[in-house]
Design a protein around this ligand. Structure first.
Ligand SMILES: Nc1ncnc2c1ncn2[C@@H]1O[C@H](COP(=O)(O)OP(=O)(O)O)[C@@H](O)[C@H]1O
Ligand SMILES: [Mg+2]
Length: 597
């Protein structure tokens, strides 16, 4: 016979309900987000204990009340018992209102703090992390998982503690009343434990898959909405639709599987409780009838009510353990972000001063994005201070990477880069990066006005400075025309040339001592390019400038030119030197000139 999927886990080797990693995660969560609230947690705990005691008192009073009835006692006593019972439950009701309010506040605080820490931590992570991590995964951790954890801690856990307290207190009372009868009842306990362990593994596995599916779904949505232009032009709407539907279906089927695994818990407990009732009624009845035992009808009925009082919280507790397995997976998901370590960090005694006008030296620099694709092997370059150096070469030859290494977006693996004699990894990262104005090859535009986009690189700039930068980059007219209208997600309402001019305006505004231009004017038309180039020449006057260009006409007047091929410098010199060498550069130049003529 084929077992249903959720059951097949029974045959596997059991892993513990809490793996060492789970335990470590819980300790971490406790130490960072709950421990500081321990006085409040203690208040919650005391209130919860009182709730449990209410049940115990209720049982005692019920037994007394029944006895009053059975033994024909006074009506006044009976009324008193009823009044106390009512009072007890009114108290329990009051506490039931306070505890969730208190605990939800505590849990939301904890999660707020955790989200803040997550955001802080994200800001420190290397660029490389963001280049290999899907945005959907990050959103999942920061939005859904943080929320799920808050709910779990604030509601599920507090209820579980209340239920556990009730179970312990009532059980204690029942044991005190009749150890033998209680023992009869807990004979089924091992079965419940076995059952819980069998299910917990399965739940964890499904939850982990479900989290991955959810992350993939979010990434899919993000890619689809950002890439809609490509989707539409290449007529791939049906494929995108299919991709997203597939992801949603997978999430649906996983959530059903999760529910059915968790749902197994309840009926098993119900079945078990039927056994227990039969045992207690049978055993208790026998005890009441037999003169050997000191139990009367009232005691047996009270005991049975006690069992009923225990079973409900016990059922909920079992369900809680099932949910907890899912929460542990989520906790590990959040924790995995914290486990990511930043490698580009300030040295312990990092300097915050250096000669920004000095020469930039690449000294035997070795670097690769991945071990199986080495890019630079002992690369040497001198980029003289105050001069303009050009780096040219085919796409993929490593030009952009050199600029990324200068600004320490990645660390070199071997060798070093120095500016004015100071190795850049001994500088504070903010100090280093403050000394660069960059026009990057891939320009990031935020969904805000052009004005705000320019201001982004120097928020404290004055209005006049921003206008001056915009004029120099030939984007001022567009600002006047568009006003404050936002530019659409990722600047989707702008042309490539307009985005590029915003990037150039940013470089003007930033006006740092070292200027990095990566294909900075490649998307501009000839007339605009000429104007912008003249402005850039004014900006770069006296500054260390590094120009990366594919179009060689853009760099002919550079002070020095490096020709890069597959991560190696193959030629260098001035334009005239290189033309005279009649090598790669001269060939490229000739070919390009021909295509322009
Ligand atoms: N973030 C990255 N992760 C992995 N590989 C990269 C990354 N950026 C660039 N590369 C690879 O490194 C090589 C050099 O890229 P790049 O410096 O951008 O070249 P260029 O700017 O000269 O066109 C290319 O082979 C490219 O595929
Ligand atoms: Mg490039």
């Amino acid at each position: 016979m084929k077992l249903p999927r959720v059951l097949s886990g029974f045959r596997q080797k059991k892993r513990p309900m809490f793996t060492p990693r789970d335990r470590e995660n819980i300790r971490w969560f406790w130490a960072n987000y709950l421990k500081e609230k321990s006085p409040w947690l203690l208040v919650v705990l005391v209130l919860i204990m009182l709730q449990g005691l209410v049940y115990q008192q209720f049982l005692r009073l019920t037994e007394d009340g029944l006895r009053v009835i059975f033994d024909n006692g006074s009506v006044a006593d009976l009324i008193q018992v009823c009044a106390i019972v009512f009072g007890l439950f009114a108290f329990r009701g009051g506490v039931s209102y306070i505890v969730p309010r208190l605990s939800v506040t505590l849990a939301s605080d904890a999660v707020l703090k955790m989200r803040r820490d997550l955001i802080d931590h994200l800001m420190t992570l290397d660029l490389a992390f963001f280049e290999r991590t899907n945005s959907g995964e990050i959103i999942l951790r920061l939005v859904n998982q943080a929320q799920d954890l808050s709910q779990f801690v604030g509601q599920a856990t507090v209820n579980a503690v209340r239920d556990a307290a009730t179970v312990v207190i009532i059980s204690g009372y029942l044991i005190y009343k009749s150890p033998l009868l209680f023992l009869t009842a807990v004979i089924v306990l091992p079965f419940i434990i076995w059952m819980m362990q069998a299910v917990s593994d399965k739940i964890k596995e499904i939850q982990a898959t479900a989290e991955n599916a959810m992350g993939a779904y979010m990434t899919g949505i993000e890619e689809m909405s950002n890439g809609m232009r490509t989707v539409k032009i290449s007529g791939q709407e049906p494929n995108e639709r299919a991709r997203l539907l597939k992801a949603t279906r997978e999430i649906k089927s996983l959530s059903i599987r999760l529910q059915s695994a968790q749902a197994l818990v309840m009926p098993s407990i119900d079945l078990v409780s039927a056994f227990v009732y039969v045992l207690v009624i049978g055993g208790g009845g026998y005890m009441a009838l037999s003169p050997e035992f000191d139990m009367d009808g009232a005691a047996i009925i009270a005991f049975l009510i006690g069992m009923a009082l225990v079973f409900d919280p016990a059922r909920l507790l079992a369900q809680f353990f099932a949910k907890m397995q899912a929460a542990l997976v989520i906790l590990d998901g959040v924790r995995s972000l914290f486990r990511q370590e930043a490698s580009i960090v300030d040295a312990p005694d990092a300097l915050d001063h250096f000669d920004t006008a000095g020469d930039i030296l690449l000294d035997d620099v070795t670097f690769s994005y991945s071990p199986d694709a080495p890019l630079f092997n002992k690369l040497n370059m001198t980029l003289p201070g105050g001069k303009t150096t050009a780096i040219v070469g085919a796409t993929g030859s490593g030009k952009t990477t050199i600029l990324s290494l200068l600004t320490r977006l990645y660390n070199v693996e071997d060798g070093q880069i120095t500016v004015g004699g100071t190795p850049i990894n001994q500088l504070k990262i903010t100090t280093l990066r403050h000394s660069f104005s960059v026009v990057a090859q891939d320009i990031v535009i935020f969904n805000n006005s052009i004005w705000e986009n320019i201001r982004y690189v120097r928020p404290e700039a004055t209005e006049d400075e921003i206008w001056a930068a915009a004029e120099a980059a030939e984007i001022a007219d567009l600002i006047r025309a568009r006003g404050d209208a936002p530019l659409g997600p990722k600047g989707s309402q702008l042309s490539g040339g307009q985005k590029q001019r915003i990037a150039i305006a940013r470089a003007f505004l930033r006006s740092a001592p070292i200027l990095l231009l990566d294909e900075a004017t490649s998307a501009l038309d000839q007339t605009t390019e000429d104007k912008v180039k003249r402005a850039l020449a004014r900006l770069s006057a006296g500054k260390t400038t590094i120009v990366v260009a594919h179009r060689l006409s853009a760099i002919t007047n550079a002070d020095w030119i490096y020709v890069l091929d597959a991560g190696r410098v193959v030629e260098q010199g001035t334009h005239a030197d290189l033309m005279a060498q009649a090598g790669l550069y001269a060939g490229m130049y000739g070919a390009q000139k021909q295509s322009y003529d």
